[in-house]
Write a protein that binds this ligand. Structure first.
Ligand code: SAM
Ligand code: SF4
Ligand code: F3S
Length: 421
């Protein structure tokens, strides 16, 4: 008898949104979610392939869990490690899935996340009427914060990246579907809407742009905040800058992925913009909204990256006042065009460059955080003593407040990861 499940999620926000749709699906079949995998009847791993390290975490999990512990449970693997698309045919590779099963004998089922609605049938959970055309990506038990996927897959083919093969072709979800899910969320008390996409700002539908979509989200009645991730510099338009810097419902924070400050490396990465483009976007944003927080993603040690290339990345992050950076040490992914190049920056150098970037950005962040001490900023409370600021800082509070409400609170102190109010 299957009664309980456990979900372990790896990787990016899109995976967390996918995990929410699995969670909500299984709850409809009256299964109970457990925090402890050992006691669960079904274990679902929502996996990530972005770097070798991400895949190693999943193999590590399999090794840690002893064989005997698998005997009374069903292990389902989904997410980016579970599928590879042949981009010519847009079909998933069975051969790849079989290799995975050979590698990890503890897996019972490998399911493409797009087919996850088949899971109840595969597990014999019985029949239920399900609303077929709506994916609930937010966690129905976390009513204040909602993740909303606006697209699936990617067609950009940055030379280092596995995503176009792991998630397949870009599909933009229809505007009406996205808006309906958000309206439902707001009606139920939702307060923070996060729109998601590999290049969220590249969303389009006929002649409507991402800025048009945002305007419609904004016009939904109610008190709530909006943010979105992750953005691609190529498609970060002036209209988008104008909207998010001047309208109150938008959090004053954006993650715009730059990857490198060297035009030579950006070209090899097939990023389709120059470093100057990113610098100009940041300048325009800060001109209109000086407190706006900008965070980014960067890769260190891409093949042939010299000290000079790296220093350009370092200088760019400083020039743009970047407060946080997700750093990836370059990891060759089989099937991508960059994987044909020699991975010729030694790990030791990658680690040094990672540390240099991190130290520089930590310094910027500390300065910014310390400047906020003594000032009042709006905080949306998610739980009695945990919230999110209007600039997307994580906040912990000394006193207790009512979740789902926005308070103007004085910043008392700060840490690496956030603010104390
Ligand atoms: N679509 C977004 C973009 O264009 O930046 C995010 C893509 S990916 C899910 C998240 C981050 O992983 C990337 O921004 C990049 O910095 C990093 N990444 C992707 N492939 C990588 C690789 N092969 N090695 C190291 N880091 C990688
Ligand atoms: Fe990967 Fe580039 Fe697509 Fe981002 S835009 S998901 S880095 S291929
Ligand atoms: Fe990983 Fe897939 Fe996201 S590879 S980073 S989970 S899109």
């Amino acid at each position: 008898m299957i009664e309980t499940f456990y979900i372990k999620t790896y990787g990016c926000a899109m995976n967390y949104a996918d995990a929410n749709s699995v969670r909500n699906l299984l709850k409809k079949y009256n299964l109970k979610e457990l925090k402890n995998w050992q006691k669960a009847d079904i274990v679902i791993l929502v996996t990530c392939s972005i770097r070798q390290q991400a895949e190693d975490k999943v193999s590590g999990w399999g090794i840690k869990a002893q064989k005997s512990q698998f005997e009374d449970k069903t292990v389902v693997v989904t997410g980016c490690m579970a599928q590879r698309y042949d981009r010519k045919t847009d079909l998933t590779s069975k051969k790849y899935q079989n290799q995975l099963l050979d590698r990890f004998p503890w897996i019972d089922y490998i399911i493409n996340i797009k087919d996850i609605k088949q899971l109840p049938k595969i597990l014999n959970l019985g029949n239920k009427e399900l609303v077929e055309n709506s994916n609930i990506f937010y966690d129905e038990s976390n009513i204040y914060q909602g993740l909303f996927s606006t697209s699936y897959g990617c067609n950009n083919f940055c030379s280092y990246c596995i995503v176009p093969y792991a998630r397949g072709k870009l599909v933009n979800y229809p505007k009406e579907e996205i808006l309906n899910d958000i309206k439902e969320f707001v009606k139920n008390g939702g307060k923070l809407i996060t729109l998601l996409g590999q290049n969220v700002n590249s969303w389009k539908q006929e002649d409507e742009t991402f800025t048009d979509l945002l305007k419609e989200v904004e016009s939904i009645e109610g008190e709530f905040w909006i943010n979105f991730l992750s953005s691609h510099p190529r498609d970060f338009s002036d209209e988008l800058i104008e909207l998010i810097t001047t309208h109150d419902k938008f959090l004053k924070h954006c993650n715009i992925a730059v990857q490198s400050g060297s035009d030579r490396i950006l070209e090899m990465m097939n990023r389709q913009y120059k470093a100057q483009r990113f610098i100009e976007i940041c300048k325009k944003i800060k001109e209109k909204s000086p407190q706006f927080r900008i965070t980014t993603d960067a890769i260190v040690g891409f093949p042939t990256e010299s000290e000079e290339d790296f220093n350009k990345t370092l200088a760019l992050l400083k020039e743009c006042d970047i407060e946080m950076v997700y750093i990836g040490k370059y990891s060759p992914r089989e099937g991508t065009t960059a994987s044909k190049l020699e991975d010729n920056v030694p790990l030791k150098i990658k680690k040094q460059r990672e540390k240099k970037l991190r130290d520089a950005v930590n310094e910027i962040r500390s300065k910014k955080h310390s400047n906020l001490v003594g000032k009042e900023i709006p905080i949306l409370m998610i739980s009695p003593s945990r919230g999110i600021s209007y600039y997307s800082h994580e906040v912990i509070t000394e006193k207790k407040y009512e979740p789902g409400h926005i308070y103007n609170l004085e910043v008392k102190d700060y840490s690496r990861s956030g603010l104390k109010c």
